[in-house]
Each structure stands twice: as C-alpha cells, then as structure tokens.
Design a protein around this ligand. Structure first.
Ligand code: ATP
Ligand code: MG
Length: 307
C-alpha cells in the first residue's frame, strides 16, 4: 500500500474518530456498534490494511510523540485516557502498541484491580483522582472509576464492602455515581485536562476465541484466569451497564470512543487516531521565551563561544 502523508493520516484519523466517538449519550445504543466493524475499510482492503497497519501506526506514533513533546514542554494541558473493556478485549496490547513511541517521562499508566482495604476506606474516586495527570503529562487508566458503575453494579457484594453509611445506599446510587463522574470530568476539563474514554467493544464470540487461545498457547497461559470464564455468564448485565454508563457520561469535553475490538489492527488504529485528535484539539506549542530570557540565552551563548 502506498505511503500516506501526514495530511492523509490526519484525514483518516478524523474520519475514524467521527465514526466511533460518542459525545451525546442521549441517542447512544450499543446495538448500533458492531465489534467486528473495520470502518471505512472494505473487505478487499481489510487484508491489506491489516498488513500495513504496522507502518501506518508507526507513522501515527511519530506524530503522537511530537505532540506529546509539545504537551510536556508547554506544561499547561494534561491528557487523561481511560480504558474500559471486558476481559481479553485488548486493553493491555493497545496501550503497549499505541504508546510505544511516547517518552516514558511524560506518561504514566495505572491499572486498577479490586480495591484494597485502604482504598475501600475512601470515597470511590480517591484512588484514581490522586493519580490524575499533572500538567504536561499523559495519564492512562487501565480500568478506572468506571468500574464503580460496572463490576460493582453487576456484583452487588462489592458495594457492601465499601463501608458506606447505609442510609446513603439507595436505589438512586448508580444514577448518583453517574452524576458524580460527570461532575468530576467537567471539573477536570475546566482545569485543562483533555479527557478521552475508550470502551474496547469486543464480541462474546471473539472473547471466547481469545480465551481458548490463552488456554491452548503456553506462552499465553499466564493471562488466563478461571474467573474470567465465570464472568462471561454476566455478559448481558455488563453490556446493559456499559450502555447506560456511556449514555450518562458521554460529553463533548469527555467523549467515549466505542472502539470495535474484534480486529486488533483496527482497534489500534482507532485508539491512536483518537489520541492524536485529542492532542490536536488544543494549541500545543513550545513555550516562546520573553525578551529577558532570550537575552540570558544570548549571554550564555557568548560565554560558551568564548571558552
Ligand atoms: P485485566 O483484567 O484488567 O486485564 P488482570 O486480569 O491483570 O487485569 P484482575 O485480577 O482481573 O487483573 O483485576 C481486574 C479485576 O478487578 C476486574 O475483574 C475488575 O472488574 C476488578 N475491579 C476493578 N475495579 C474494581 C472495583 N472498584 N471494585 C471491584 N472490582 C474491581
Ligand atoms: Mg482480568
């Protein structure tokens, strides 16, 4: 496939983001989103695309690296990337690939498992909010506070471990949590945090195929846990929670990107595109020195030359 130039890449990225981003939750239906979708790439082109994604992603990653450099140097904005998905949807792989060209000093990845006793003794946002990215930084959440309206809702026993005063646990709790998440993200956005939330939308069939691969392939055994198979029994409940959560928390300043996740090459392309678009949405520039700072530079230059 012919090399694409930067302008073409940008166009492709824009069209992929437009296809999969949800900024207005009120009309969102998960049923409208096909996990096997490969976007603008028709069957004929799919094979070629899969093979050429490596180069395409490599070009995309260079662009991301350049933007991250400016983000870091400018020290005004920060970028918060939230990844949510069912098991084996490819969160780890997508984070690894898409961020491969990024300067590690400007990026932090945090993974969230079932909460510890200390975490349970705090409000639900605490363990994430204390890790919110500083200005200039990219913060990646591999699972996040969204688990509080997903796994905790599907398995109510998690809620009873949360030490909440019982009069605060009412039937409105999920609605209240959605509201709290909306307020938190609105607050972060007003503080200069660019937010993108990714739901890697894998199909139940593809998850099954990947689990079998994890069982049959010794080098992948470590990724498999028997509990993951039990969780499949709750698939429909999870999908209902995801749908409602996306409906309730998608916003212009904090869109959900519902990423088709049955084809890994396409998942990576969409995620890289959305991150690029997110950074391109603000004016990332290297700081320009004022006159006194420029004079200091000139003086230092003269001193170095005189040595
Ligand atoms: P992953 O499944 O993200 O690839 P992993 O398999 O290494 O990671 P697990 O031990 O499966 O790690 O931990 C993730 C599990 O923790 C998930 O099942 C998730 O639903 C659960 N979890 C995350 N946050 C919470 C929470 N706030 N309350 C209860 N369970 C949670
Ligand atoms: Mg797991």
């Amino acid at each position: 496939m012919a090399q694409r130039n930067a302008r073409e890449l940008r166009e492709l990225a824009r069209s992929l983001v437009a296809r999969h981003a949800v900024t207005d939750g009120s009309v969102f239906r998960l049923a409208d989103h096909d996990p096997g979708d490969t976007g603008p790439f028709a069957d004929g082109e799919r094979e070629a695309m899969r093979d050429s994604t490596k180069e395409l992603l490599a070009d995309g990653v260079k662009i991301l690296a350049d933007m991250q450099d400016r983000l870091y140097a400018q020290d005004r904005w920060s970028l918060l990337l939230v990844f949510q998905a069912m098991d084996a949807a490819g969160k780890d792989g997508v984070i690894k690939h898409v961020m491969s060209g990024i300067n590690p000093q400007g990026c932090e990845v945090h993974s969230f498992k079932a909460p510890s006793a200390e975490e349970l003794d705090h409000d639900f946002m605490w363990r994430c909010s204390r890790l919110a990215p500083r200005r200039g930084m990219i913060g990646i959440l591999n699972r996040s506070y969204y688990e509080e309206v997903l796994v905790v809702r599907v398995h109510r026993e998690h809620l009873s471990r949360q030490q909440l005063p019982k009069e605060l646990v009412t039937s409105a709790i999920w609605q209240e949590r959605h509201q709290d998440i909306r307020s938190y993200e609105r607050y972060l956005a007003r503080q200069g945090t660019i937010i993108r939330k990714f739901f890697l939308n894998v199909s139940r069939d593809e998850q099954r195929r990947r689990f079998l691969e994890r069982i049959d392939e010794p080098s992948k055994n470590w990724k498999f846990s028997a509990a993951d198979v039990d969780e499949r029994a709750h698939w429909d409940a999870y999908m209902r929670c995801y749908e409602e959560t996306i409906r309730e928390t998608a916003a212009g300043h904090a869109p959900w990107i519902v990423v088709p996740a049955d084809h890994k090459w396409y998942t990576r392309l969409v995620v890289a595109s959305a991150i690029g678009e997110a950074m391109a949405s603000v004016d990332l520039q290297y700081p320009v020195l004022d006159a006194p700072a420029r004079a200091t530079l000139a003086e230092c230059r003269a001193r170095l030359l005189a040595e």
